[in-house]
Design a protein around this ligand. Structure first.
Ligand SMILES: [Zn+2]
Ligand SMILES: [Zn+2]
Length: 263
């Protein structure tokens, strides 16, 4: 509340003592005690107002709390009477804001034996379709990455076992014809020794990119070792599994995690 000219706690006690419901609702809403607001409507079994209230207080774009829709669904799941119309409406909001995973929705609603499958049929069909699409996309990415890895492995193998023929006749730096002494790198760039300056160990064309990759990798490994951050992310994320999977991809169990690098 901005600047209340009364003691809020006292006002709540007064309202409660005198069962002044409108006053309670007003105070709870002003104090952002949204769960208490909907609890009032739940006690009164006033479904229309309950949904209208969640529509107002559960909109995250207006600073509301979308998890109210989850509470509402739980309420209808425990209700023990037919409330198909209400549940259908609640589901549209749960789906829109992605408040609950479908499995939780089903588990919650299955407690109410008066609800039939037709209530959730459309919702589940849409969810399954979305999930299949995601799986399909993931499969495509997996195939793509596997292909890339295979071709990189092949290249490494070739670099290790086959002889390389350096055919470049021009210096990559100054573009004049190469003459001795010249330096050839495995990335197939060649330079006059004099064009390389002090640094004759790595190709000046490719080293910035190579360094950037090394830097990224070092950062990822550093992050992966930060346990506090890891647990914090797992706890605060809606989908802990994806956080763990992400950490796997960043090398939390990488063989090179101790800093040795076989390149
Ligand atoms: Zn040159
Ligand atoms: Zn190069």
């Amino acid at each position: 509340m901005e600047h209340p000219t009364f003691d809020v706690d006292l006002a709540i006690i007064l309202c409660e003592m005198n069962s002044f419901k409108d006053g309670l609702l007003f105070l709870y809403e002003k104090m952002k005690l949204y769960k208490e607001v909907i609890a009032c409507y739940m006690q009164a079994h006033d479904h229309d107002k309950l949904i209208a209230c969640c529509r107002k207080l559960g909109d995250s774009t207006q600073g509301g709390d979308p998890s109210l829709w989850g509470d509402l669904l739980k309420y209808f799941g425990d209700l023990g009477e037919d409330c198909s119309k209400e549940v259908k409406e609640v589901l549209t909001y749960i789906e829109r804001d992605d408040v609950l995973p479908p499995i939780v929705v089903l588990q919650t609603l299955s407690k109410n034996s008066c609800l039939t499958l037709s209530v959730v049929k459309d919702y589940i069909a849409r969810k399954l379709e979305q999930e299949s699409k995601l799986i399909e996309d993931d499969r495509k990415s997996i195939d793509k990455y596997q292909e890339e890895t295979t071709s990189m492995r092949k290249e490494i193998q070739e670099l290790r076992t086959n002889a390389k023929i350096f055919q470049l006749s021009k210096c990559t730096a100054c573009t004049f014809t190469l003459d001795l002494p010249a330096v050839h790198f495995m990335c197939m760039h060649s330079f006059h020794l004099r064009c390389l300056g002090d640094n004759e160990k790595e190709c000046p064309e490719c080293s910035p990119e190579y360094r950037a990759v090394l830097e990224t990798r070092r950062n990822l490994e550093q992050n992966a070792k930060d346990q506090d951050r890891f647990f914090h992310q797992v706890k605060s994320s809606k989908d802990g599994f994806s956080v763990i999977a992400d950490y796997f991809s960043k090398g939390i169990v990488s063989k090179t995690a101790n800093g040795t690098c076989s390149t």
